[in-house]
Design a protein around this ligand. Structure first.
Ligand code: ADE
Length: 232
C-alpha cells in the first residue's frame, strides 16, 4: 500500500498547483503516494462556520477551536497513523525526519493558523510537532507542502534516477558543488577548465574541494560535523 497523506487546513487552495505540478504531481498520478487536502471549515458546524475564538486569560489574537479539529481527526485517523502538527515551536524538520515519514502508511498533517491552536488538540491528537525553520509563517499550509515534497523524494520511483538522491546536499553532510552545462563559454563567462578535461579523478577532486570551501563559508555548523565524522 502506498503512503496516504491527509492535509487539514483552512486554506486548501494553497496546495492546488503544488500537488498537480512537477515531479511530485507525477508521483501522485502514478499512484506512488496519495494526498488528500481537506478544508477544516467542513467540520465547523455552527452557523458562522467559526474556526477560532478569543484566548482564555486574555491577550492578542485568536486561537483555533478544538471542536472542528477533533471532529476531523475522528473521521480521518486510522490505527497506527502518524499525526503531525506544523508549528514554528516544533522539532526542526530535517532529512532523517523526511525519510522516516516516507516509510509510514498514513500521515495526517495539521496546519495551524492565527496565533495558535487550543493546547488540547496538541495534547490529545498530535504525535509529533514539526517546524520547517526559525521564522513564522501566516499558517502551516506551506510547511505541510514542504514536508510532503521532502518526503516524496524518499518514495521509490518518485525521482526518476535513484542516483540523483545520493549525490545531493545533506546525505554526505557537505553542500553541493557547482554545476555547468553547455555552452562552454557564454557572454565571456567560461566553465572551469577541469570540467572539460575528461579527467574523472581531477573532476572529483575539484568538486570535493568546492564542496568543502562552500560548506565552510555558508554552513560552518555542517562543516564541523563533517570534520568530526571524517576523523572517526
Ligand atoms: N507555521 C507557521 N510557521 C511555521 C514554521 N516555521 N514551521 C512550521 N509551521 C509553521
Amino acid at each position: 500500500m502506498p503512503l496516504h497523506i491527509d492535509v487539514l487546513t483552512l486554506f486548501p487552495r494553497m496546495l492546488e498547483g503544488f500537488l498537480s505540478e512537477s515531479i511530485l504531481g507525477k508521483g501522485i498520478e502514478r499512484g506512488l503516494v496519495s494526498v488528500q487536502v481537506h478544508d477544516l471549515r467542513q467540520w465547523c458546524v455552527d452557523k458562522h462556520k467559526t474556526a477560532d475564538d478569543r484566548p482564555f486569560g486574555g491577550g492578542a489574537g485568536m486561537v483555533m477551536k478544538p471542536e472542528p479539529v477533533f471532529a476531523a481527526f475522528e473521521q480521518l485517523q486510522t490505527p497506527g497513523c502518524h499525526r503531525v502538527y506544523l508549528t514554528p515551536d516544533g522539532t526542526p524538520f530535517s532529512e532523517p525526519i523526511a525519510r522516516e515519514f516516507s516509510g509510514k502508511q498514513h500521515l495526517i498533517l495539521l496546519s495551524g493558523h492565527y496565533e495558535g491552536i487550543d493546547q488540547r488538540i496538541r495534547d490529545h491528537l498530535i504525535d509529533q510537532e514539526v517546524s520547517i525553520g526559525d521564522y513564522v509563517l501566516t499558517n502551516g499550509t506551506l510547511p505541510a507542502a514542504v514536508v510532503i515534497d521532502a518526503l516524496s523524494r524518499f518514495i521509490p520511483g518518485v525521482l526518476g534516477e535513484e542516483k540523483s538522491l545520493t549525490h545531493e546536499s545533506f546525505t554526505g553532510k557537505l553542500l553541493d558543488f557547482p554545476q555547468y552545462t553547455r555552452p562552454a563559454e557564454f557572454r565571456g563567462m567560461v566553465v572551469p577548465k577541469v570540467l572539460l578535461s575528461g579527467d574523472h579523478s581531477k573532476v572529483e577532486a575539484w568538486r570535493t574541494a568546492r564542496q568543502i570551501e562552500k560548506t565552510r563559508q555558508v554552513r560552518p555548523d555542517l562543516f564541523q560535523q563533517h570534520r568530526h565524522e571524517s576523523h572517526h
